[in-house]
Design a binder for this molecule. Structure first.
Ligand code: UD1
Ligand code: UDP
Length: 387
């Protein structure tokens, strides 16, 4: 069995790591492709080093660009590679442009496609990631959901139950693996911080940082919060250039943090303010109060069963929610199956039969996953020809 895994941007690397490890442990051949959507040491290299990821078998050097440019470059680079690699299954992660590009190419090539983090829906079509999520699920054969609400979304859209697998959250696998070292590491001391003595900020959604007026209002709100609780802000490259020279007092700008540093910063924070998807999930597991500066979330389980509060972009609302969270932090809870074993569950489904390496069955046996990419409408009729 040959499993090809695609990673491209920062939030992919911590998701691919546990699935790759579990794939290899089950005796399958694994090929790792890095599209190069993210390429800086701080956005890519540091994660390979810290997460113990191998050098990618193929690096596509896609780089930045408009959505069409970036997606097209990933597609044209991935297509010939796939024709040579001929994997049994292509595994894509999350909702970034690299995920979309490689899922479409794999589906048209006739490869089986597995989507890790399927079924998340913000229902906000202005988010490029929402377009990616819906399209990737539509061309995927196996849909691995992190939470029951995501599996419900897929069923409501007509996906057959045999393709939907509620497996838990691979991002949490990686978090739990690295948390002890992160907590015990030098991050806070190096930055002159003490646990519980600061808040943490990340912002990179175009809707928040590309619009001058919205960004100014968010910075006003953050400045008010910082008067009560100093804030550290490791800034995504999209955001960093826009912040220079205009940060309110009490906010310390940092470069994008490495994985362990960032986990340590989250774990020690009194409060996190973010528009990241993954950070909503990690703060839930860490039991750290999280305010999400967006109007929607594709991860509602972090609100219903975690520490996340959706506060939108209105400064007064953000400041009021921050005061409430500082005064009365929510009790930590954790969604079902966010237990550190999601990668293993995925590998067991992708690579049926043999157990971990050593007890492996016949290698090289092609075990194609069924490719019935049909939807069932609400009347129980099938729609959409198999692709
Ligand atoms: C992308 C994803 C977003 C994800 C985010 C995680 C899409 C549509 N967006 O957004 O879902 O939440 O990654 O971080 O796929 N840049 C650098 N160095 C890098 C990478 C990017 O300087 O290593 C700069 C470039 O100027 C680039 C800009 O950041 O133009 C944006 O990068 P891009 O990958 O296009 O989108 P993100 O905002 O990172
Ligand atoms: N992260 C990191 N350093 C940072 C910011 C985030 O290591 O400076 C990690 C974070 O812990 C999580 C992932 O990156 O594991 C989330 O990625 P990001 O916020 O870029 O993307 P999103 O989840 O919003 O798609």
């Amino acid at each position: 069995m040959h499993v090809l895994l695609v990673a491209g941007a920062r939030p992919n690397f911590m998701k691919v790591a546990p699935v790759l490890a579990a794939t290899v442990a089950r005796g399958a051949r694994a090929t790792l492709v890095h599209t190069g959507q993210h390429y800086d040491e701080a956005m890519s290299g540091v994660f390979f080093a810290e997460l113990g990821l191998p050098t990618p078998d193929h690096a596509l050097a896609v780089g930045p660009g408009t959505h069409a440019e970036q997606t097209a470059r990933a597609m044209t680079a991935f297509e010939p590679l796939l024709a040579i690699a001929e994997p049994d299954v292509v595994v894509v992660f999350g909702d970034v442009n690299s995920t979309l590009a490689c899922a479409i190419v794999a589906a048209k090539h006739g490869a089986a496609v597995a989507h890790v983090e399927a079924g998340l829906r913000s229902r906000d079509w202005t988010m490029p990631e929402e377009v990616n999520r819906v399209v990737v699920d539509r061309v995927s054969d196996q849909l691995f959901a992190t939470s029951a609400d995501a599996a419900d979304n897929l069923r409501a859209e007509g996906y057959g139950g045999e393709r939907i697998h509620l497996v838990g959250n691979v991002m949490v696998d990686t978090l739990l693996t690295h948390l002890p070292a992160a907590r015990g590491g030098p991050t806070l001391a190096r930055l002159g911080l003490t646990a519980g003595g600061y808040g943490l900020v990340t912002l990179h959604r175009p809707a928040n940082v590309d619009d001058e007026v919205v960004l100014a209002r968010l910075l006003d709100a953050l400045g008010t919060v910082a008067a009560a609780c100093p804030l550290v802000f490791p800034a995504h490259p999209r955001t960093a250039a826009r912040l220079r020279g205009r940060l309110p007092t009490g906010i310390t700008l940092l470069p994008p943090a490495g994985y362990r540093d960032f986990i340590a910063l989250q774990a020690g924070a009194r409060l996190v303010l973010t528009d990241s998807g993954g950070v909503q999930e990690e703060t839930t597991v860490l039991g750290v109060p999280c305010l999400t500066l967006r109007d929607t979330t594709e991860r509602p389980v972090t609100v219903t069963e975690g520490t996340n509060v959706l506060v939108g972009r209105d400064p007064d609302r953000i400041v009021a929610a921050a005061r409430a969270a500082l005064a009365d932090p929510p009790a930590p809870r954790r969604p079902a199956l966010w237990d550190g074993r999601a990668g293993e569950r995925i590998a067991e489904i992708l690579i049926p039969g043999p157990g971990p390496a050593g007890s492996a069955g016949p290698s090289g046996t092609r075990q194609r996953i069924p490719t019935e990419r049909t939807l069932v409408n609400t009347y129980g009729e099938q729609s959409g020809a198999p692709m």
